[in-house]
Design a protein. Structure first.
Length: 280
């Protein structure tokens, strides 16, 4: 069976999403580090505020933070060609606010820029650190919905490029969760919601921060002191609960990968530990 890294080498664009707080960003950067260790050039793409993402030291990895208004500016300039016209017509606070808050427009502008990066092949791989579940669903839905509103013309052609990118064979979506009931339930709902939008290609379902299984035999408990037995019993109970929760994900047609929780004291070290786990 291929490791996540081996499978990722065959993909030019990977979307990473899941419930907030499950370690999406750490996974995205861990995957980037793992691919970079194979000599691949990687762009890690996000929008909005993300902490810690500039704390890497690998020249093979480029951080790209997108802004909807800047993406809109870049897109319009392709057709206007003259900056002065843009400044006169579009460069004002009202329009900038509209671009950021108009339903679907911001996500569509971001998706358009991601298509540019995907199409340019400037990087071997682009890893998109998507926002949490609800916003991620909106990101995928917006271009598809707007495209249906314009069955012909320039808008339809431009949005068609984004839609084709979503379903491209070199593109996949990875879902990140925790071995806990609520995140796993939300992950299942997110999968079905995205799948209902179209024929998206999913890759891995990553259960992050899992308890390690040390293979403790029941007979070994007899040799432990009372306080030790109590501690180990509590641990085994949590481990069994984790197994039961992850079992609920087995019906999803994704490759389930468990990543152990690590004891790294800083984000950078944690990312390196994830990168090693993804390559094994």
């Amino acid at each position: 069976m291929f490791s996540i890294t081996e499978d990722s080498i065959t993909k030019r664009l990977i979307f990473v999403t899941g419930k907030g707080g499950v370690g999406k960003t750490s996974f995205a950067w861990g995957l980037a580090q793992s691919l970079a260790s194979q000599g691949r050039s990687v762009a890690v793409i996000n929008w909005g505020i993300r902490e810690n993402q500039d704390t890497h030291d690998n020249p093979q990895i480029t951080k790209i933070t997108l802004d909807a208004a800047e993406c809109f500016h870049e897109y319009i300039m392709r057709y206007l060609k003259f900056e002065k016209i843009f400044e006169t017509v579009f460069d004002n606070p009202v329009l900038k606010t509209f671009v950021r808050v108009a339903p679907g427009l911001s996500d569509t502008m971001i998706a358009g820029k991601i298509w540019d990066l995907f199409e340019s092949r400037q990087y071997d791989h682009c890893i998109v650190d998507l926002p949490a579940s609800g916003h991620a669903l909106s990101f995928f839905r917006s271009p598809l919905s707007v495209n249906r509103l314009f069955p012909t013309g320039l808008v339809h052609r431009e949005l068609g490029k984004i839609c084709n990118m979503f379903f491209h064979p070199e593109v996949r979506i990875d879902l990140i969760t925790l071995p806990e009931e609520l995140p796993c339930q939300e992950t299942q709902e997110l999968y079905h919601a995205i799948k209902a939008l179209g024929d998206f290609r999913f890759g891995f379902l990553v259960a992050n921060f899992c308890l390690p299984d040390f293979g403790i035999e029941p007979e070994a408990m007899n040799s432990l002191k009372a306080d030790q037995r109590s501690f180990v019993s509590g641990y085994l109970e949590k481990l069994n609960r984790q197994r039961d929760i992850l079992e609920t994900l087995n019906h999803l047609p994704l490759r389930l990968v468990s990543l152990p929780r690590n004891t790294a004291l800083d984000w950078k070290t944690s990312v390196h530990e994830i990168a090693k786990g993804l390559s094994s």
